[in-house]
Design a protein around this ligand. Structure first.
Ligand code: UD1
Length: 361
């Protein structure tokens, strides 16, 4: 049996390794298609090296574009690849444009679609990822979830319960497997003149970085935060462009923030694990900080990952600078939320997926 696996963007890379390893351990073939949605060395190649991922069998090299252009180009280029491999199923992960594009090509060709990380909902349809999640789940034959409540979302949307399986979190499989290889924060920060304990910041959501007024307000909060403890900020290419355009890069540097290029997986793991707190708008980092037991302040009004709030270390603080600073002070004073490990975030999600696919394909 063969399962054609798809990745495209940075948050996909840490999810696919455990799945491919578990499928091949059970004698299935799992060729890997990379759409090329992310292509920079720091956003792409680095992760294949850090995570020792198999080289993609095919790279569609689509690159950046508007949502329509990027999604359409992935579809055009994926179709002949799907014909050539003629797999028993196509497996997609997460919620990026590559996820919906390849799922849509497969379903219309009568090839079964498997969605890993199904059923997460922010209920915010202005997020491109929310549209990708809703549509991918509607056309998937098998839906693997990371938290129990995700099944309720799917059932409410009319997905037959027998298609859904709660298997745990493959991204946490990777985190647990790599934890001991993390690069110490001191090594990453050497030469930057700051030491632990630090705050780690990541921001890249269009809702936070594309509007200059919102971005300036967030930058103001970060500048003030840098007066409380060292602040380390690996900057996504989208955010870098917006900060430069708004003249905010110098302001942040002048306030003492350490602005870094996007970091590799093992550097990021070290920076997260040793942080006093994390401020982010990423989906994955909300989960990784919960797994690591590090307090996370999420600069959004909603999250598709509610278990990180109810059981984990996450708190929603929105994009209001005063709220972010108040939450930051509170964590510094109290230590923040301790949290506990969510159910089945135990390093075995990939194996559960492979076991179910061995039965059902
Ligand atoms: C994508 C995902 C998002 C995910 C994020 C993680 C969608 C809809 N969004 O957003 O869910 O959280 O990846 O990074 O799929 N760029 C580079 N080099 C690269 C890639 C992008 O410079 O390797 C720049 C380009 O200017 C591009 C911009 O970043 O226009 C945005 O890239 P894109 O892939 O469109 O979306 P992300 O914002 O990265």
């Amino acid at each position: 049996r063969s399962v054609l696996c798809v990745v495209g963007a940075r948050p996909n890379f840490m999810k696919i390794g455990p799945v491919i390893a578990a499928l091949t351990a059970r004698g299935m073939t799992a060729p890997l298609v990379h759409t090329g949605q992310h292509y920079d060395e720091t956003m792409n190649e680095r992760f294949f090296v850090d995570l020792a991922l198999p080289r993609p069998d095919v790279n569609l090299e689509v690159g950046s574009g508007s949502h329509a252009v990027q999604t359409a180009e992935i579809m055009r280029r994926f179709e002949p690849v799907l014909d050539r491999y003629a797999p028993d199923a196509v497996l997609v992960v997460g919620d990026v444009n590559s996820t919906i594009a390849c799922a849509l090509v497969a379903v219309k060709k009568g090839v079964r679609v498997i969605h890993v990380e199904a059923g997460l909902r922010s209920r915010d349809r202005t997020m491109p990822e929310e549209i990708n999640r809703l549509l991918t789940d509607q056309i998937s034959d098998l839906l693997f979830t990371t938290e129990r409540e995700a099944a309720d979302n799917l059932i409410r949307e009319g997905i037959p319960p027998e298609r859904i399986a709660f298997v745990g979190n493959v991204m946490i499989d990777t985190l647990l497997a790599q934890r001991r290889r993390a690069v110490p924060a001191a090594a990453t920060l050497a030469g930057h003149g700051v030491g632990a304990p630090h705050a780690l910041v990541t921001l890249h959501r269009p809702s936070n970085v594309d509007d200059p007024a919102t971005l300036a307000a967030l930058a103001g909060a970060l500048a003030e935060m840098a007066g409380l403890l060292p602040v380390v900020f690996p900057v996504h290419p989208r955010t870098r462009a917006r900060l430069d355009a708004a003249g905010l890069t110098e302001r942040l540097s002048a306030a003492g923030l350490v602005l870094l290029p996007p970091q590799g997986y093992l550097e990021m793991l070290g920076l997260m694990a040793e942080a006093r707190l994390v401020v982010t708008d990423s989906g994955g980092i909300q989960e990784e900080t919960t797994a690591l037991g590090v307090p996370c302040l999420t600069a959004r009004d909603n999250t598709e990952r509610p278990i990180t709030l109810t059981q984990g270390t996450n708190t929603l603080v929105g994009a209001d600078p005063a709220a972010i600073l108040a939450a930051c002070r509170e964590v510094l004073a109290t230590g923040g939320k301790a949290g506990r490990q969510p159910e089945l975030w135990d390093g075995k999600a990939g194996e559960r997926i492979a076991a179910l696919l061995a039965e059902r394909l």
